[in-house]
Design a protein around this ligand. Structure first.
Ligand code: FE2
Ligand code: FE2
Length: 144
């Protein structure tokens, strides 16, 4: 049994698509607020915002499936995501370098360095997303 595409091509499609976008945006909003709360010492507030954000992320994925937004037979799509993730490391690394360089121009050396280092961690995580996907593809969809 699957909920895949139940609302696709129906009068509900637009509403569900709006809900998916709103939920994805909510994920971003609550993680941003969690970041700010943590910076300001509100550790418990940050934890609650993260819990909300994780649920919003689940909601976004649910509505996307309801609308059949991605292929139900997802392996080829996952293979294209694998390539994007593998390439992301370089792009994200560029952002980190530019944020670091901003430290000189803007006089925010310590903060810009901290931000750059964190973005470098993200770059490594993107690379790891690619590695994880690669392993899953080799295991379950070796023809991709
Ligand atoms: Fe939600
Ligand atoms: Fe990623």
């Amino acid at each position: 049994m699957s909920i895949y595409g139940l609302t696709k091509g129906t009068e509900l499609e637009k509403m569900v698509s709006g809900a998916a976008q709103a939920e994805a945006n909510g994920t971003m909003v609550y993680y941003a607020l969690a970041r700010l709360a943590r910076e300001q010492g509100f550790v418990d507030v940050a934890e609650q915002f993260i819990e909300i954000a994780n649920q919003e992320a689940v909601h976004a994925g649910f509505y996307a499936v309801l609308n059949g937004q991605y292929p139900q037979d997802f392996w080829e799509f996952a293979a294209s995501m694998q390539k994007a993730e593998a390439n992301a490391e370089g792009h994200i690394g560029e952002i980190a370098a530019k944020v670091r360089a901003l430290g000189e121009a803007k006089g925010c050396q310590a903060e810009c360095e901290e931000a750059a280092r964190e973005i470098e961690v993200f770059a490594a995580q993107e690379k790891n997303h690619g590695v994880i996907l690669d392993g899953l593809l080799k295991k379950y969809h070796p023809q991709a």
